[in-house]
Design a protein around this ligand. Sequence first.
Ligand code: NAP
Ligand code: GLV
Ligand code: GLV
Length: 323
Amino acid sequence: MRVLVTEPLPGKGIELLSSRYEVTVGNRGDYDDESRLRKAVSPYHALLTCLSNPVTRNVLEAAPNLKIVSNYAVGYNNIDVEAAKGRGILVANTPDVLTEATADCAFALLLGIGRQLRDAEDQLRSGNFDGWHPFGFLGTELHGKKAGIIGMGRIGRAFARRAQGFGMSVLYHNRTRLNRETETKLNARYVDNVDDLVSTADVLSIHCPLTPETRHLINNERLSMMKPDAIIINTARGPVIDEQALATALHDHRIGGAGLDVFEKEPEVHPDLLTAPNCMLLPHIGSANRETRSRMSALAASSIISHLEGKSDHAIPTLVFQR
Ligand code: NAP
Ligand code: GLV
Ligand code: GLV
């Protein structure tokens, strides 16, 4: 069996695969281009892909031997799942193992913006720290504020636990309401209407997947509903927020701030965001800690091994659909 791992990965994943199959490892970025990936795929039985690889219908149609695409990410909006389903190709992702890391990253952005950490550090490093100042870098208190979570799945709930620990109250929106027990445990209140959540939250944190329904879920209209001091955090996918509208809202000081780990057209960052006030920008590092990336690698490889060894779909918990 032949496996293509589109670029080098941390952890044991490649080793696990290489001890069983003929493995080719691409160079970083080689397969971020649809036509290059399409040209390469035909000999492979399995692909271990990154979120920057466009696994489109075109690519899948050029892969007659392909049985499984295992994405080194929990989000799988880079894969045409319907096309895969139609061809009997399985799709797997890396849920759970990156939940805490990504929620940490979202909270780091919140603290970074809430307490103006980047601007404060810049002042010090530029030699302008002139001692404690009564008016220096006045941020906002999180304790007692309302955290509004859109997408109360694994990472949304991990964010909720952190918010609870910081003395915040938690509101959330999901298409499906959580059961009462989980709501009670997280001390979280369901808000059926996204507009109500957006207009009530002091902190709005995005944790839903990118789907046709969530593209530009946060648009100019919703940004205009936000409280003037509210902070928006996005560690989900860039296109969930209309970036131009967000940049304009920040420049006009219509919202309090934004912390972003993801962008509409990665790796491009909208130039108006780069100059926006009260904005912290990270290069998509949500899951980036050694332990997490290592677990992701082993998990992505193990999904491929389980499937190629003939395990039933039900025995592979990372599949995004069962055939
Ligand atoms: P998850 O457990 O599937 O949670 C996603 C939640 O979003 C679910 O509760 C889902 O519930 C909800 N949802 C789906 N469509 C929605 C909609 N239209 N409106 C409101 N809520 C909606 O996924 P996860 O593991 O928490 O990951 C969430 C996302 O984070 C991933 O898809 C990925 O894009 C992103 N991510 C980014 C990084 C990073 O490096 N920055 C790292 C990991 C993950 P319902 O279906 O019931 O609505
Ligand atoms: C990262 O963005 C992921 O979806 O795992
Ligand atoms: C500040 O440093 C304080 O002691 O209040």
